[in-house]
Ligand binder design. Sequence first.
Ligand code: MN
Length: 495
Amino acid sequence: MAAPSAARTNNRPGPLLAEYKRKRDFTKTAEPSAKSAKPHKQPIFVIQEHHARHLHYDLRLEADGVLKSWAVTKVPTTAPSIRRLAVRTEDHPLEYADFEGDIPEGQYGAGHVKTWDRGSYENLSGRPLPEALADGKVEVQLHGKKLKGRFALIRMAGDGRRENWLLIKMKDEHARSSPERKSKDPARLARANRTRSRILPAQRPVLASTLPFEFTNLDKVMFPEKGYTKGDVIRYYAAVAHLLLPHLRNRPITLERLPDGVRPSAPHFWQKHTPDYYPDWIPRISVVGADGTRVKYALVNDEPSLLYLVNQGTLTFHPWLSRVKDLDRPDFVLFDLDPGESAFTELIKIAKQLHRQLDVERTGNFVKTSGKAGLHVLVPWTRPGGYDDARSWAFSMARQVAKKLPDIATTERSKAARHGKAYIDVMQNARGHHVVPPYVLRAVPAATVSTPLKWNELTGRLNPNRFDLKTALRRFQRQNKDLMEGLLPREGYSR
Ligand code: MN
């Protein structure tokens, strides 16, 4: 792309091509200034090879008297198995289709531009192109020299600053078969088929199977005690993505990465900062911490980002309690019930007492296993105030419970002062802290999952270790709904 900011500001309301003009100084660049040009009878497309800081391919489709534009990060292909990232950029004037030459140093998009392909196109989206664009699903038939046949452009969930799309060749007579299929080497073919058959179940729940990367090392054992492989972990996350993503969306997230699995002395990273080499279609949010350092958190807003990070060895996602549009205000409150040395049955008593009390307060309340030894009770935060207010309120609730059950519950922060009693912890309700969301795997040998429960499931028979990567998944598929749906503001569920 010409510059990272190039793609961030399309679709702003305002005069036609205002952004195109604002970015360019036409006394310095030979690019066409935006005058009105006549639309073509048959709309045209053009792909311009652009040797900017990074070589990319600018795809432009004529619609509404302008060229709707995307920067495709690698050379477009006619193989349906390969998906290209296409970052939406500002509308360009129609005359831009004929532009070739050098954008001078110091100017926006400096570097050489030449035509890579062009021709006419047909809109197969079933409605006018601007509407299809707004919906994030465009289908066109290209009549170019290099690119022919049907292509889809699919928008992925973004970070609000730029739109990431995928450019995909659809299967038709112009599609090139994938490299594997051409191979005559039987061993290689068998290998490719094996990989494909293993990946397929994992990919099936992924919308339209639009993954712009390939999974690696699917046979690696991640949970030796149970024999679960990386393929099992990926399949799990692919299957629960629709339940988990609403709890992650638009929150800074710390990644708990164990690339070599859960085994003693294997690497175990807590990763906040997103490395530059991670793909640029994973949105980042830059946050300044209490100590003044800037951290670029990954946002996990869509299935491709989720599964890419799982493929990088992430076992658990730890989101903030607040979202990017207001990082100082949590939208839920967490009561973390830690059994200490007490029995799980006592933890259940405490959770139920808290539940009764929250019902009296007329606030929604939800319970889940932590995925380890504890229970989490979560409450939407709808009162005025930010983290400090939320934490004070939670602490007063916790203290009331401890007063009612003084023999088994405490709010003492110091371990020595708890005397082995169960601890009701509300200190995680703070800016910069993160929590274990529902549906994540935990990095423990038993491969257990933080599992939402109905309140009436809190009985002496409840065994939280029962919910692991395989059994919890069957439970979620049976329920086929998020028991914690009411926890999040409605917009948390928009897809
Ligand atoms: Mn460009």
